[in-house]
Write a protein that binds this ligand. Structure first.
Ligand code: ADP
Ligand code: NI
Length: 213
């Protein structure tokens, strides 16, 4: 079990070698560490949580559209390590349930999925979340902020995928909503602290934007 987890870390490190979009190896590692911490509080199955966290972006539709549906990267990796079929399907199910798109959101059906979803969302908020949002924006040639473009708070899944909004709008369209979507108590506690920090950042950002000194 520990060996498979170590191998999974090596596998994603290699897989994300050239990935700088916010879905890099260190994102995966942070999600893994947070998910393990949540899982200990929730008495979730540590092996499922570990594999689901480490492999949660391996078949992300933006990075690997051709494997996204069947999660071939994750499945083939687990098969190569001799992981039981039953565990493979539990991990795949957890990964399937954790993605957030637009206003639609799935509450994972298992505590393992809930821990990984919370950990993934926690990495999108707070100081790291702020850095990731602007780095994603830069990568996608988005404006940092434009007061003439209002946030769109009720996007469908399609609109969200195609959206060309500013990075500041992304806070209102997604990041500030995440705190209220946490599944676990510990996730909620961490999210509240990170959410406060993000709101302070936005207040300061917008006040500097307006020329306040
Ligand atoms: P994950 O799959 O890790 O849940 P996403 O693929 O939704 O996350 O996004 C990766 C990172 O890029 C996150 O930190 C997210 O906040 C950021 N991001 C996604 N879309 C945008 C956007 N339109 N503007 C700014 N940041 C974004
Ligand atoms: Ni992720």
């Amino acid at each position: 079990m520990e060996k498979t987890v170590e191998k999974a870390k090596e596998y994603v490190k290699e897989l994300f070698r050239n990935e700088f979009s916010g879905h890099d190896y260190f994102h995966t590692l942070r999600v893994y560490n947070t998910a393990v911490a949540l899982s200990e509080k929730e008495n979730a199955d540590l092996f499922i949580v570990s594999l689901a966290a480490l492999l949660h972006d391996a078949d992300d539709v933006k990075l690997s559209p051709e494997t996204a549906e069947k999660k071939d990267n994750a499945v083939n990796f687990m098969k190569s390590q001799g992981v039981d079929e039953d565990i493979i399907s539990r991990v795949v199910k957890a990964i399937d349930e954790i993605s957030f798109s637009g206003t639609g959101t799935v509450v994972p059906s298992t505590i393992e999925g809930k821990c990984v979803q919370d950990a993934d969302r926690l990495d999108a908020i707070g100081a790291i979340g702020i850095a990731r949002a602007f780095s994603y924006g830069g990568n996608h040639n988005r404006e940092m902020h434009n007061p003439d473009i209002p946030p769109n708070l009720n996007m469908t899944k399609e609109e969200y995928r195609k959206s060309n909004s500013t990075s500041v709008n992304h806070f209102y369209e997604k990041l500030l909503k995440l705190k209220d979507l946490m599944n676990t108590d510990e996730g909620k506690r961490i999210a509240e602290k990170r959410d406060r920090y993000m709101r302070e950042f936005l207040d300061e950002f917008l006040s500097e934007w307006e020329g306040k000194r």
